[in-house]
Design a protein around this ligand. Structure first.
Ligand code: M6R
Length: 583
């Protein structure tokens, strides 16, 4: 969740380079930021609550720097809890992503050894443990190794120490990439931060520690033994994203749904054949994910059942453990994740791998942790998704799942054709319906609550639509299957309550529900293939096998305009982060 960066340079520009790299991580969602810079003579730290602001001029000079964007987990959002954290005697300066699960225990141990603490964070135990081992005569590298061996949980850390002209980076379960360029080296939690700066890249593996100075050396955290690793050239040109004249990334990315749908179909033939074979072969298919990716998993499982006639279920990634006895060699786990870094998904995949199940991952981030844990990996090709709320990646996920389900019954070309038709329709409906989506948002802007309902697969779209509305407008929204309304929730319907009804079939059951809520005073918005008198507002989508996806995109539009109407920043919703790497 946090973004971390480290820079070592032969010039005195490490601070400014680290600052610029940190700015590239601005999209991830954070509450405070900080940077520590060493110029060989002294070390300065700058830490601030809120968005990344200007770096003070006096901080510009230095050849070593570590920087951090914090998403609070332990200790409230305030300056003293902001990274970098220093050890008691200000020998070690460290930035950290992850959670030290046993920090209370380590804190007590350090206190009994004479250490005191300046923050309420779990992180602060790490620089202090390193200092403790240095005090006991260990080298910086060994002291860091020993400290990290004591830590329970996932981590990625970058640090430098007084009197040492190199940085140290190490990781377990969370990503860290090292980049080299002329006269400087970088470390970052996200390739995007350094993509344009470096020419060679290397991903650190779990339980590895790197010493990065004139050279980069690698060691195993456990044994301390050296490891040989090679920098590679990576195609990073498409990683950057710009708003291209749009006010927010969210609306830009919604407008990119059509192209994302088409690009999801561009898969190497051999990979597609192999994946299709695995799906056909599997006795049981579990589609897993969190948040929006879970909603795509629900839709995907429905497609696999209804089109490919496979025994497929969607499971929230953390709940996969309750199925552990049902996994095994005959099972296929399809892990969906835009970022490929969601901790709950990676944990579930590890559990599934231990059972012998095959793992197919669908991600949007090249070389993410999830892809490295998968037997088969397919890329969404949606392009960088910068807005915290996922939009175009969802459109790509549904398209690829539709293609895979159809490929199982030898209808690959048919599916591609339908996806291309739907992509064109998506483009038209985004353009044609923006005005009405804006009008609906004005009408709903002061609502306390809203419902989104749909029947069969549209229930999954309703879940996703409600999530989008909650995330960016902060209006309480509930998505539910239309048939479920009368089993309880209808008790909440009162005069003026907005109910968004998704209808994509001629005898869509959701229409009955629309009448039921209307007769109790609800304000009914139809996103539908047909106009109906029951609707107070109506958004038309064309009928076709992917109409449900078209309605999902219309819900994204409503959520976006609601956020704008309520003066929220849709790109960085409060309390949210782009990739949820904590458990
Ligand atoms: O990167 P992932 O797809 O694994 O992320 C999963 C969820 O954290 C993510 O979809 C989240 O719900 C988004 N904020 C949805 O807009």
């Amino acid at each position: 969740m946090c973004g971390i960066v480290g820079v070592i340079s032969e010039e005195q520009n490490a601070g400014i380079l680290a600052y610029k790299a940190l700015k590239k991580l601005d999209y991830r969602g954070y509450d405070s930021w900080g940077i520590a810079i060493s110029n060989g003579k002294g070390i300065s730290i700058y830490r601030q609550v809120g968005k990344i602001g200007e770096l003070p001029k006096k901080m510009h000079c230095g050849n070593l720097a570590v920087a951090h964007t914090r998403w609070a987990t332990h200790g409230k959002v305030c300056q003293k809890n902001t990274h970098p954290h220093a050890s008691l005697n200000k020998n070690i300066f460290l930035v950290h992503n992850g959670i030290v699960e046993n920090f209370q225990e380590l804190k007590s141990f350090l206190k009994s050894s004479g250490f005191s603490f300046r923050s309420d964070t779990d992180t602060e135990v790490i620089p202090n443990l390193i200092e403790l081992y240095i005090n006991r005569g260990k080298s910086l590298r060994d002291a860091t190794r020993l400290a990290l061996k004591k830590i329970k949980g996932s981590f990625a850390v970058i640090l430098f120490a007084k009197g040492h002209n190199y940085m140290i980076a190490a990781k377990r379960d969370l990503p860290l990439v090292i980049g080299i360029a002329e006269r400087k080296k970088f470390v970052a939690s996200d390739l995007l931060a350094i993509a344009k700066k470096a020419r060679g890249f290397l991903f650190l593996s779990d339980n590895e520690i790197a010493e990065i100075g004139n050279e980069a050396k690698f060691f195993d955290i456990g044994s301390g033994r050296p490891k040989f690793k090679r920098f590679e050239h990576l195609a990073v040109d498409n990683l950057e994203s710009y708003k291209n004249g749009n006010k927010h990334y969210m609306i830009k990315e919604i407008k990119e749904c059509p192209i994302a749908m088409k690009n999801a179909c561009i898969q190497p033939i051999e990979l597609l054949d192999n994946t299709t074979k695995e799906i056909r072969k599997a006795k049981k298919i579990f589609l897993i994910g969190c948040g929006t990716s879970y909603h795509a998993a629900l839709f995907g499982a429905w497609l696999f059942r209804s089109i490919a006639k496979k025994d497929a279920v969607a499971v929230l990634a953390p709940d996969l453990k309750s199925y552990s006895k049902l996994l095994g060699k005959a099972a296929l786990v399809v892990a969906l994740s835009q970022s490929g870094e969601t901790a709950d998904v990676i944990d579930a995949v590890r559990l599934a791998r231990r059972s012998g199940a095959k793992i197919l991952s669908l991600t949007n981030v090249f070389n993410s942790t999830l892809t490295r844990h998968s037997h088969i990996k397919m890329m969404m090709n949606a392009g960088p998704e910068i807005c915290v709320a996922s939009t175009k990646n969802y459109a790509a996920q549904i398209s690829l799942l539709y293609l895979l389900a159809n490929a199982c019954i030898s209808r690959r070309n048919y599916a591609k054709k339908e996806i291309f038709i739907a992509a064109k329709q998506a483009q038209e409906t985004i353009r044609e319906n923006s005005r009405i989506a804006r009008a609906i948002s004005k009408k709903l802007a002061n609502s306390k609550s809203a419902f989104v309902i749909g029947s069969e697969e549209n229930a999954f779209v309703a879940f996703e639509g409600a999530l989008k509305i909650k995330e960016v407008s902060y209006i309480h929204a509930e998505g539910l299957p239309a048939k479920e309304l009368k089993h309880g929730t209808i008790a909440l319907v009162e005069k003026g309550l907005p109910v968004i009804v998704i209808c994509t079939k001629s005898d869509d059951f959701a229409l009955h529900s629309a009448h039921e809520v209307k007769s109790r005073g609800a304000f009914v918005i139809g996103i539908s293939t047909e106009k109906n008198n029951v609707f107070d507002f109506f958004i038309r989508v064309p009928r076709g096998p992917l109409s449900s996806l078209l309605t999902a995109i219309q819900l994204q539009l409503i959520a976006y305009y609601l956020a704008v109407e309520r003066k929220n920043d849709p790109d960085k919703p409060r309390n949210l982060a782009k990739s949820v790497t904590v458990r």
